[in-house]
Design a binder for this molecule. Structure first.
Ligand code: SF4
Ligand code: SF4
Length: 347
């Protein structure tokens, strides 16, 4: 942790106000109901006392639940399109948890590499992520089973570690180092750095939920055609879509025109593969049965996406476990996927 700085918690509001002069600054907040990242009000840093993770993931700052893509109107020359005003504001997401920063790198593969999505890319490219390592993970967190951890730095520009009255700040990227350098912070002593390392190790020990994800893609492949297996797993699912709409790595969206053929707006809004009409086409629906949709959700995260991008599309954040109304527990389901030797037996 050479070159780390520190922030006194009592001075945090001042620092955030300073950063909010340069950035659209987002912090955890519960003012609108469910915890989410909202624009900093210039004063309230009470989230340090209650915040474990937000219910609405920070991806909403980059891929909102609904957004206007363009508006249109028809005149004598035909349909005319108008893009929404471009959002040039630089964003700073403060206190993003490591699993959610990692989730954004999973979305980047889709919106920046596989496709060039101008809406998502524009916001992402102008964003700084200041991570805050977890000190109090939920029982449902299993980040250490999917390549992450409560202090991991994938995707963040600055990593903060809570050491009591202070936060130790470490620059991870050049942009993060530059921001720290111009923020007039005190240097972290060797003792501070030692406490940060101890805090990180203690947090890691607190993630007790473990899932063996080795060979998961092959294990899922082996049971893919076992209809009884999937029907049993899907039995209690309500197809409500909460697990996908609040998942930090789910990115499916639908596109709708609002208005009339003469004048209107084209919008995109998050969609969910849990919904029965998600794959509905004029003549058929390949996933009209619930078990097929449940299978798709699990296999997309642990088999299909890894085939494309060589990483699991689940960060183990545990939101879908905590928020599912019928306790459909993805970690438990993963634990139950048969080992290869079992799955290869007769069905
Ligand atoms: S939140 Fe639970 S009930 Fe709703 S779709 Fe997901 S698994 Fe099914
Ligand atoms: S599938 Fe569940 S545990 Fe995995 S990233 Fe999505 S919400 Fe988190």
């Amino acid at each position: 942790m050479a070159g780390s700085k520190k922030i006194k918690k009592q001075d945090l509001a001042r620092l955030l106000s300073q950063w909010s002069q340069e950035f659209s600054l987002f912090v955890p907040s519960r003012t609108s109901g469910p915890a989410e990242m909202t624009e900093y009000d210039g004063q309230d840093t009470s989230f340090l006392g209650w915040y474990r993770n937000t219910i609405i993931p920070p991806k909403a700052s980059f891929l909102p639940h609904m957004e206007e893509m363009f508006s249109f109107h028809r005149n004598k020359q035909g349909h005319q399109l108008e893009l929404p005003p471009s959002d040039e504001q630089k964003r700073l997401i403060f206190a993003i948890r490591p699993c959610d920063a990692r989730a954004l790198t999973i979305l980047d593969n889709v919106f920046e590499d596989a496709y060039q999505d101008p809406y998502y890319r524009g916001r992402r490219r102008r964003a700084i992520l200041v991570g805050l390592g977890c000190t109090n993970p939920y029982d449902s967190c299993f980040c250490t089973s999917v390549g992450g951890g409560p202090s991991e730095t994938t995707g963040v520009d600055i990593m903060l570690t809570d050491i009591g009255d202070e936060l130790v700040a470490r620059g991870i990227t050049k942009a993060g180092e530059e921001l720290i350098a111009r923020s007039n912070l005190a240097r972290a002593t060797k003792a501070d750095q030692k406490r940060a390392e101890q805090s990180q190790e203690a947090a890691r020990q607190k993630v007790t939920r473990k899932v063996d994800t080795r060979d998961m893609a092959s294990r899922l492949q082996a049971v893919f055609d076992d209809r009884d297996y999937w029907q049993q797993l899907a039995a209690k699912c309500l197809s409500c879509g909460i697990c996908t709409l609040l998942c930090p790595t789910c990115y499916c969206f639908d596109i709708n025109d609002e208005g009339s053929p003469e004048k209107g707006t084209r919008c995109r809004s998050l969609d969910s593969c849990a919904f029965p009409d998600y794959t509905k086409m004029p003549m058929e629906n390949p996933r009209d049965e619930k078990w097929r949709r449940v299978r798709n959700r699990l296999c997309h995260k642990y088999e299909f996406y890894p085939m494309l991008f060589d990483t699991i599309a689940c960060t183990g954040c545990g939101r879908c476990i905590r928020l599912c109304p019928v306790n459909w527990d993805i970690a438990q389901i993963l634990e139950g996927v048969p080992e290869l030797s079992q799955a290869e037996g007769p069905k």
